[in-house]
Design a protein around this ligand. Structure first.
Ligand code: A50
Length: 240
């Protein structure tokens, strides 16, 4: 798959998105506001408009005990799990399997009144990254979703308005080994999750409606998704 038509775009977008996800909110520049908080979860956004449309970048950080970055990315990337946790998903199709770690999805999301229904077509790539800050620490894992085109599914043909997004889920596992040298259990691990997204809603949608949707849906999505991973993994061997 290294020679696939998307390979060079995937390489550059993954590097750019991971670098962005690694940038602490303090160094992201001015204008970031904390808009949701729940336990360890902190969700920030910055109000930005393009052609009068709200395209607010979002950055969420969360720490979840008992799971690894590989497990979080596995359940986020896998199409077979998506209907279980993606609350606003109406239809999902895998248009292309480029390789075992790179898929092309077409998704329609439930219509949110008063805006028209949206769909999104994106490539999704999952990758393990070396842990640069701690050589013998666990690797990082990431999933990057980036809008793309597909000849058979041109935008805005049917009832759906095509949205454009760039999403990065970056996960860092933390291991606190038990004092007495006992075998590792899920009580000794946790995962630091950074979720970044920028969504262009495609056709016009009132900024107030978009911001209300994001304020409601994003915290719900991250809480529901991470709870799903905890539940799916609790009786399974740890996947590092
Ligand atoms: C008037 C509403 C217009 C936009 C609605 C919208 C926009 C983007 C998305 C969306 C699409 C994919 C992703 S993902 O992280 O790649 C995961 C795979 O599904 C993330 C969010 C969804 C939705 C629909 C509403 C909504 C907003 C947040 C969260 C969930 N639902």
């Amino acid at each position: 798959a290294c020679q696939h038509r998307l390979w060079s775009e995937i390489e550059s977008v993954v590097k750019q998105q991971v670098a962005w996800a690694r940038t602490g909110i303090g160094e992201c520049g001015v204008g970031w506001q904390l808009f949701a908080e729940d336990g360890e979860m902190r969700m920030y956004r910055r109000e930005e408009e393009v052609d009068g449309m709200a395209v607010d970048p979002l950055k969420a950080v969360h720490t979840v005990p008992g799971i690894t970055g590989h497990e979080v990315c596995h359940y986020f990337f896998g199409p077979q799990y998506r209907y279980d946790w993606e609350t606003t998903l109406e239809q999902m199709t895998v248009l292309e399997t480029i390789s075992e770690d790179t898929l092309v999805f077409l998704q329609t999301h439930k219509r949110i009144w008063p805006a028209s229904q949206r769909d999104v077509l994106f490539w999704s790539h999952m990758r393990k990254l070396p842990n640069e800050s701690d050589r013998d620490g666990p690797d990082l894992w990431t999933v990057v979703n980036n809008s793309t085109h597909h000849p058979d599914y041109p935008p805005n043909v049917g009832k759906c308005v095509r949205i454009y997004l760039k999403v990065c889920l970056l996960c860092q596992t933390r291991v606190d080994p038990p004092k007495d040298g006992a075998p590792l259990t899920r009580d000794n691990i946790s995962c630091k999750i950074t979720y970044c997204s920028v969504v262009n809603p495609g056709g016009w949608a009132p900024a107030s409606v978009l911001r209300a949707v994001y304020k409601r849906e994003y915290p719900k999505f991250l809480k529901r998704f991470t709870a799903y991973v905890v539940n799916q993994t609790k009786n399974k061997p740890i996947m590092f």
